[in-house]
Design a protein around this ligand. Structure first.
Ligand code: THU
Length: 133
């Protein structure tokens, strides 16, 4: 699957976003080494703090389906002109399972940029810290 195709999957997922409060629908698509793709969209809530980002929905779907390993690339599709990079908590959740994940951040015009998760979350806290305690 090409980067372009993964970004397209993120935009498909964005159509299912539930974002009545922010008006900012987001989609995500996580590609695994065997070609499996897990998608997610943001799901907001009247109790705003219960909102879950698209990236975390995709990541947690992968984990809950038994896919903790072999993640390759995550595409995030936002709206507007700015590229939609994952928020801090999403970066942390992604790091838990794939510190060297490649992230593609797309804007509403379908353009995208690439960055490694290690660049987005340098000196991250991970499971190895706990095992060294
Ligand atoms: N959001 C995401 O789903 N992913 C991001 O990377 C940025 C923010 C959502 C959360 C909320 O539903 C809306 O976008 C506005 O913050």
């Amino acid at each position: 699957m090409t980067e372009q195709e993964l970004v397209a999957r993120a935009f498909e997922a964005q159509k299912r976003a539930y974002a009545p409060y922010s008006g900012f629908p987001v989609g995500a698509a996580l590609l695994c080494g065997d070609g499996a793709v897990f998608t997610g969209c943001n799901v907001e809530n009247a109790a705003y703090g219960c909102t879950v980002c698209a990236e975390r929905v995709a990541a947690l779907k992968a984990v809950s389906e038994g896919r903790r390993e072999g993640w390759l690339m995550l595409a995030v599709a936002g709206t507007g002109r700015d590229f939609c990079w994952p928020c801090g908590p999403c970066r942390q959740v992604l790091h838990e399972f794939c510190p060297d994940l490649v992230v593609l951040a797309a804007n509403g015009e379908g353009e995208f940029r690439r960055a490694s998760l290690s660049r987005l979350l340098p000196r991250a806290f991970g499971p190895e810290q706990l095992s060294g305690a």
